[in-house]
Design a protein around this ligand. Sequence first.
Ligand code: ATP
Ligand code: MG
Ligand code: MG
Length: 552
Amino acid sequence: ESRKANNFIRNLIEESIASGQHQGKVVTRFPPEPNGYLHIGHAKSICLNFGIAETFGGDCTLRFDDTNPEKESQEYIDAITRDVKWLGGDWTGDVRYASDYFDAIYDFAVELIEKGLAYVCALNADEMAEYRGTLTEPGRNSPYRDRPVEENLKLFREMRDGKHEGGSLVLRAKIDMASPNINLRDPILYRIRFASHHQTGDKWCIYPMYDFTHPISDAMEGITHSLCTLEFEDHRPLYDWVIDNISAPCKPRQIEFARLNLNYTITSKRKLKRLVDEGFVESWDDPRMPTISGMRRRGFTPQSIRNFCDMVGVSKAGGTVDLGMLEHAIREDLNARAPRAMCVMRPLKVTLTNYPEGQSESLTLPVHPQDPDMGSREAPWTRTLYIDREDFAEEPPRKWKRLAPNQAVRLRGGYVMTCREVVRDDSGEIVELRCEYDPATLGVNPEGYKPNGVIHWVSADESVDADVYLYDRLFNHEAPDSDKSVDFVTHINSENLIVKTGARVEKSLAQPRNDIPYQFEREGYFFLDEARSTAEKPVFNRTVTLRDSWAK
Ligand code: ATP
Ligand code: MG
Ligand code: MG
């Protein structure tokens, strides 16, 4: 299936198994926070974590990292679960939640207090920041740092029981206010938040911080390798401190890798949420979005995204990947698998003057020119057809490969025809071409003359009206959020969508497939948009253009 290129994490696991340093199952996890929809960056983490579990015959859990109830919701949980499954993530056991461990996390906090390794602090946020120091200045000890254990235990219990106001007290680890690593300067472990939680309701009014929750959740699930992105590298000492100072059921190892950055793309749930909230796109699954659900709706296949992640690889070195690589991955997959069909985007009527009125014959075309197993499709040939306006030129340039007055083209899978007359309306616009077809040319070259090329077409009467949505880059800046002094939304490409109504698709698309995009020959890959389609009119999203077309 997937190519599963080696990377430094896989190598490291292999070596630690070979040397006997690692024993037993390899267990990884994918730990999204349910505060938005997953994006292409998350796909990298999903492929990495599930891929490693698969390679090493281990397990991978799906765990919602749900410690910020105000920003989280069931909608996000449902969307994330759907997207992970769609990408092929096959998690072990039930979906987990960090909130499943709130009782255990509370008990571990009590354990730290009892060991004299945590205390309840009453500094407010400003004071806290001031006491923390800076990169160059050490911090100062909080005046509450030496509270007796009993008092800490009592206050922490009271915090849990709702006896103190939100923001008035926090529980902090007692580590080292002079540490060069700011994460170790008595980090906050728990804060008071009177917020209902999507999983635990009103059971809690204190919530553990990410840096305390994550190592404990990992340990509770028997995670052996906790893979995260590089910004957590200098949190690792805290991760290890937590594991080493609680009676943890196991000792997971945190390993960091570089985030995926794509040019012309935003990969941050928070920023993507702004695009939705402020109406720059219609929804999280808008096909312009780099979300998994947006990409799915646009026509990306799970295989193409997995292949892309494999191409990108996993390393410690950051960098930005070209959007072209993602497009390459989807083209490669669809070129091999997409059924072919014809869609005329800008229909121009053609009348075959020598084909009898009311007559029709059924032409047979392959669903895929290189894959006979995909079968065939029927296209009705009638007196009136549509071709694309752009495939006709009254005064053709040199080497014109399409239709022009008194010149011939082949209609894909059909006959050769020659244009004999151009019909205009009162305003001078071309409204019809009157052509002669050559009945001796079905699948056979004509005698004595040579057609210019091959163009696509549909029957006028026996085709289906459709709308097509053509997408361009969402941003017209390579790194839309690189300059912190400029709001990234100013880089939105105002021409990121062109809607073409009145396109005509071949008759076989009256009931379009919803499981894979089509290749509309010479136009690109297009996927049925079920949300926008009606029983009368299908709507298609252009997944990606063709790099090359066979007749242009
Ligand atoms: P965002 O800023 O978009 O919310 P996040 O890292 O806060 O990203 P999480 O929901 O915490 O999002 O991410 C779940 C997992 O996916 C984490 O292990 C995280 O490191 C990983 N991840 C998120 N974004 C990327 C990315 N761009 N490249 C690789 N991995 C990522
Ligand atoms: Mg996160
Ligand atoms: Mg985040």
